[in-house]
Design a protein around this ligand. Structure first.
Ligand code: AMP
Ligand code: GLY
Length: 420
């Protein structure tokens, strides 16, 4: 099979690493890729939001299977364009990707599916939204409807914060994404992520994980894209996974099919767990980053068979085989992230890192220049390891961090604390 992966972050490096191990993979190309991906696959400079560009590339390279990593090309309809042209594609249509691209849409679908989630109200005007929060009080959660790179959610602990968030969103801070605002009941509990492959009909869970959203140790400081993750997430017991599948995931998938927009791809359900029950916080329509890194480390080569079966509508015949192990990833980011940071600083010591089936340095924002590896983004490296226990995985991951020579980078030192 000739396979094209769209994306160029740590998530796509992990996908490429797992897919490459499968003997069914002949040629592997990642667009745009990064310096780490270039060590195991071909890379191509493609505008992955431009359907014509992607189609032309697939035709001239006899691509058999396309895996779409990030949400932006999904929301832009790249999967639709590929499918219409006859290219087998992993990832939902733009209509189904609205489960991530519109929070109001997701709420509407949850209502129809009777899926447990936070109570909410929708607003297209500032005054009504302000009146609503003044009536309900805080804590309360204010969300811009559309995609806002993870920054469109304000968990307001005070009324003043809620009012400020509403002013910002209707003030145009998020452009079109903020034209509608969803205000939600604040849910207490422990958050975890549940990953489920879907082919429009069958659902197949492929793992659980927990992310670390805040930049600082002890969950302090501003939110980021994720500073580390581990899998499995012990809080998502078998019983809670079953409840989440039966009450949230399956009814949502059925509702999407009923609407004529079946979901095919990976559904990432962000759950809030309290008193032994899960409620939905949000859906994403792609693998999490860095959650994908720990899932791929545990799934290995079978990931290709699973993704391929989802795209072909054959999930009913698949099973996932799990090693009874744990994986953990530590994100190294450029100083200043998630605020301003500089690009172009040199990272040394990567050649000496172990790279085998239980230890990998996945690259996120890196670029190679004349044989040197340079930081090229906010989140830059994902030191990922597997172990018989979470403690062992963590020890191995941090042992790799120690060996990275990058004075301008930093990481959290407590990844996995909740589970350990
Ligand atoms: P989202 O982009 O919807 O995942 O929101 C980002 C983060 O905000 C989530 O991971 C939660 O930590 C938090 N959050 C979102 N909605 C709620 C809610 N209704 N109650 C409590 N926390 C929430
Ligand atoms: N790590 C969170 C996300 O990928 O959305």
């Amino acid at each position: 099979m000739n396979i094209l992966i769209l994306g160029g972050g740590g998530r796509e490096h992990a996908l490429a690493w797992a897919i490459k191990q499968n003997p069914k993979c002949d040629r592997l190309i990642v667009a745009p890729g990064n310096a780490g991906i270039a060590e195991l696959a071909e890379t191509a400079a493609l505008d992955i939001l431009d359907a014509a560009d992607v189609l032309e590339f697939c035709e001239s390279n006899a691509i058999d299977f396309v895996v779409i990593g990030p949400e932006a090309p999904l929301a832009a309809g790249i999967a639709d364009a590929l499918s219409a042209a006859g290219f087998l594609t992993f990832g939902p249509s733009a209509a189904a990707a609205r489960l991530e691209a519109s929070k109001a849409f997701t709420k509407e679908v949850c209502d129809a599916a009777h899926a447990p989630t936070a109570g909410y109200a929708r607003f297209t005007g500032r005054e009504a939204a302000l009146a609503y929060v003044r009536q309900t009080g805080a804590p309360i959660v204010v969300k811009a409807d559309g995609l806002a790179a993870g920054k469109g959610v304000v968990v307001a602990m005070t009324l003043a914060e809620a009012e400020e968030a509403i002013e910002d969103m209707f003030g145009g801070q998020f452009g079109e994404a903020g034209a509608e605002v969803v205000i939600e009941e604040f849910m207490e509990g422990e958050e975890a992520s549940f990953f489920i492959l879907c082919d429009g009909e069958t659902v197949l869970p492929v793992g659980t994980a927990q992310d670390h959203k805040r930049v600082g140790d002890g969950d302090t400081g501003p939110n980021t894209g994720g500073m580390g993750a581990y899998s499995p997430a012990p809080v998502l017991s078998e019983a809670i996974q079953r409840q989440a599948l039966d009450e949230i995931v399956k009814p949502t998938m059925a509702e999407m099919s009923r609407r004529g927009t079946p979901f095919q791809g990976i559904l990432y359900a962000g759950l809030m767990i309290k008193d032994g029950r899960a409620r939905l916080v949000e859906y994403n329509v792609r693998f999490g980053d860095p959650e994908c890194q720990v899932l791929m480390m545990r799934l290995g080569a079978q990931a290709l068979d699973l993704l391929h079966a989802a795209a072909e509508g054959r999930l009913a015949e698949m099973t996932v085989s799990w090693a009874d192990d744990h994986a953990l990833t530590v994100v190294m980011a450029a100083d200043g992230y998630p605020g301003d940071y500089v690009k172009g600083t040199e990272i040394r010591g990567l050649d000496a890192l172990p790279s085998d089936s239980s230890r990998m340095c996945f690259h996120a924002g890196t670029v190679e220049r004349e044989g040197r590896i340079l930081a090229n983004g906010g989140r830059v490296l994902n030191l990922t390891a597997r172990g018989a226990t979470l403690a062992e995985a963590r020890e191995r991951a941090y042992a790799m961090v120690e060996r990275v020579d990058w004075p301008e980078g930093f990481c959290r030192h407590d990844i996995g604390w909740r589970a350990l």
